[in-house]
Structure formats: C-alpha cells, structure tokens
Design a protein around this ligand. Structure first.
Ligand code: NDP
Length: 286
C-alpha cells in the first residue's frame, strides 16, 4: 500500500499590509531543501480580525506564524506564554503552537546577535554599543545585546519618548547601563565605542541614498558597524563606514538569521541557512 499524506504543515505571516513581505521565499526554499511538506502562507489580517486569526491558528492546526506590522504588540494579549526577552522587548514576531497552546517569541534581535557573533570578531560581553533608533528593531537589538552582556548602550533617537523608554527598560531590567541621547544634531561616535548599529529605517529601499546624520569622520578603523536594512544589504551607511576602515555587518544576514531561528522553533530542525540566504538575495536582486 502506498503511504500517501497530502496534508501539509502550515506556518506563515500575519500582517497588514503584507503583500510585499518576502519571508515566504526563504522559508519555502528551506522547506524544499529539507524535503518537508510545509507551506508558508502570507496572510493579510486586518487589525480588527487579529483575535479571530490567532484563534484560527489552533483551529487549522498550524505550527505557528510570524507577525509583522501592525500586529507585533497587539498579539501579545492572545498568547498563553511569552518568552522573557520578548516581554522585555514588548513585541512578539513569532508564535509557536505546541499542544494547542500559543507561545510568543521575538527572533529579530536574536538574528542580529547571531550575525554579530559570526562576523563581528569581538566579544559582546563587556562591549559598548552606540545604537541609532529606538523603534521595534532597535528595541529587540538593545534587549538582546543587554542580555548577552553588553556593558553600555547609548541610544540616539529623534523622538525622545521612545529613546527614553528603551533606556529605562534596559536600566530597570538588565545589568547593562543605558543612556538616551536626543538626536537633534549631527552625532559624534565616541572613540571608546565597540559596536555602532543603525536600527532606523533610514536607507531602506527606495530611499537608498539616505544616510543617518552622524559625523562619519568619527568612525574609527576597526569599529564594528551594523545596519538592519536588509534591502539593499550594502547600504550607503555601510559603504561610508567601510571607507573609514570599519568592519561591517549587513541587515540581510540578520533577516536570514531570524528566519533560521524561526525555522528551528517550528520544525525542531537546523535550517539550511545558505539556501535561505541565496533565495532571499536573488529575490532582492530581482
Ligand atoms: P519603527 O518604525 O518601529 O522604527 C523606525 C526607527 O527609525 C525609529 O527609531 C525612527 O525614529 C527612526 N527613523 C526613521 N526615519 C528617521 C529619520 N529620517 N531620522 C531619524 N530617525 C528616523 O521601525 P522598525 O524598528 O520596525 O524597523 C526599522 C528598520 O529595521 C526597517 O528598515 C526594517 O526594514 C528593519 N528591520 C530589519 C530586520 C532584519 O531582520 N534585518 C528586522 C526588523 C526590522 P522615531 O522614533 O523618531 O520615529
């Protein structure tokens, strides 16, 4: 008798708008490479339907989903448990369904950390970080750096309240010392900085020539400079940093790495990182 199983395991992403989210490309490439009959569905969920959509995860027997704009914060109230780092970040970007229960995780900052560990060439523990931005990506990066033992994080942000809130989260809940710097003028990067991160959306396609307003002469050779922008990965910011002799890490690696972590959470398997990277790189290039 033939062993037939036409039932696919389902994961995906809830967002609104969501049509331009490219995660399906790397996830389905990974499923194919591993011979898994899994599907990644890109699903538009309007804010008023989020509760029903989350309940639908259990009804459909789905293995989990990613969350993107505008659901990352709102979704938290519908979950059975939330990982401690995601709680500190204040946002969930991945749900894992296990035995009918919903677990919230945040893989963004962890993806960043993995890139930094692989390519940074410096210890994170004891490091001093200069962080541009205090939005969702910045929060996840700051929290993971703090939990990984960063000594100090200077947070520069245009909107004061967001920057102050993030500094307070780190100071109250981690051993890392955080300081907020209003970003109302050209920023000087202190000489003792170990890691500089652009966690703003400045430079994102199609505004690829836009640059964060910092004094690029204060980037010292050997400084580790990271960007969260995945498309284009080789941003104007990273080009400027390279010209100063910095060691650079792009946002494409971070995006792939957070997908690698999500893949492992859902399937319990190691993800084929190179396959995912190639799929996404090709997608962005086209
Ligand atoms: P948010 O909207 O939450 O935050 C945007 C941040 O950028 C804020 O700090 C905002 O400052 C700042 N900003 C935007 N424009 C300017 C400007 N002209 N001058 C100064 N500051 C500015 O977005 P996210 O944090 O979710 O996303 C930020 C970027 O991170 C996006 O480009 C996204 O693609 C990328 N990202 C990458 C990921 C990856 O895996 N590589 C994962 C998640 C996000 P203010 O608070 O003052 O508005």
């Amino acid at each position: 008798m033939l062993d037939r199983n036409y039932k696919a395991e389902l994961v995906g992403v809830f967002g609104c708008p969501v049509a331009e989210n490219p995660t399906v490309v790397m996830m389905e490439a990974a499923f194919r490479a591993c011979g898994l009959n899994w599907r990644y569905l890109t699903i538009e969920v309007k804010p008023e339907n989020l509760a029903d959509a989350v309940a639908g995860l259990v009804a459909f027997g789905m293995r989990g989903v990613n969350l993107t704009i505008p659901h990352k914060i709102e979704v938290m109230k519908y979950l059975d448990d939330i990982a401690p780092d995601a709680r500190l970040i204040g946002a969930v970007n991945t749900i894992v369904v296990k035995n009918g229960k919903l677990y919230g995780e945040n893989t963004d900052g962890k993806g960043f950390l993995r890139s930094l560990r692989e390519q940074g060439g410096i210890p994170i523990s004891g490091s001093k970080v200069f962080l541009l931005g205090a939005g969702g990506a910045a929060r996840s990066i700051a929290v993971e750096l703090a939990l990984a033992g960063a000594r100090q994080v200077v947070i520069a942000n245009r909107t004061e309240k967001r920057g102050e809130d993030l500094a307070r989260t780190l100071n109250e809940s981690t051993h890392c010392r955080a300081e907020f710097l209003p970003w109302d003028r050209r920023l000087v990067i202190p000489e003792d900085t170990d890691i500089l991160v652009n966690a703003t959306s400045i430079g994102l396609f199609p505004n690829t020539e836009a640059l964060p307003d910092i004094d690029y002469q204060t980037i010292r050779p050997g400084l580790v400079v990271c960007d969260v922008i995945p498309n284009p990965p080789h941003t104007a910011f990273l080009k400027k940093a390279e010209a100063r002799g910095a060691r650079t890490i792009d946002g494409l690696g971070m995006l792939v790495n957070q997908g690698v972590i999500g893949f492992a959470l859902w399937t319990g398997l190691d993800a084929p990182r190179e396959v995912m990277m190639e799929a996404l790189s090709k997608e962005f290039a086209s």
